[in-house]
Write a protein that binds this ligand. Sequence first.
Ligand code: NI
Length: 180
Amino acid sequence: MAIREILTVPHEGLKRKARQVTDFGSELQTLIDDMLETMRDAPGSGLAATQVGVLQRVFIAEFGDEEDEEIPPKLYIIVNPEITRKSKETISGIEGCLSVPEFVGEVERAEAVTIKGQNRHGQKMKLKASGWLARIFQHEVDHLDGVVFLDRAEKIYSLEELQSEEMAGEISSVNPTEIG
Ligand code: NI
């Protein structure tokens, strides 16, 4: 396993659309293992292949239960993800991104999603997610389509501004490292 370099804006590679994965061989397995190590090292709670300069439709996410910190984080590895359903209900939240250091943004996302895809060995899977996990999934699928949160944000804050805004009580407290 190896830690790979995470591209940051305005790198052109982050604007490119990733291709469907068709080969589930050793190259993909190495990519996924490296992405895991890279995400955990960063640290972040999600990482798309686009962010390490590989235009293949695969992302990973690692996220614990929002209600119960005792439950260990769960790892998601999703190849060829497709969001097949989005709730009508949306929610605004402050997102960070490993490819956008120093800034966070307020982004409106569907509160719940259904995502279909394949596991690392090509077996089909389908998941339902809500809350912060649904936000991570939407953020990572965006990366695979060449979209970063800056393209969707209603407001963008520097981390410095965020801290002062938080102190002023204008926006709810957030942990911007919660997304990759
Ligand atoms: Ni990101």
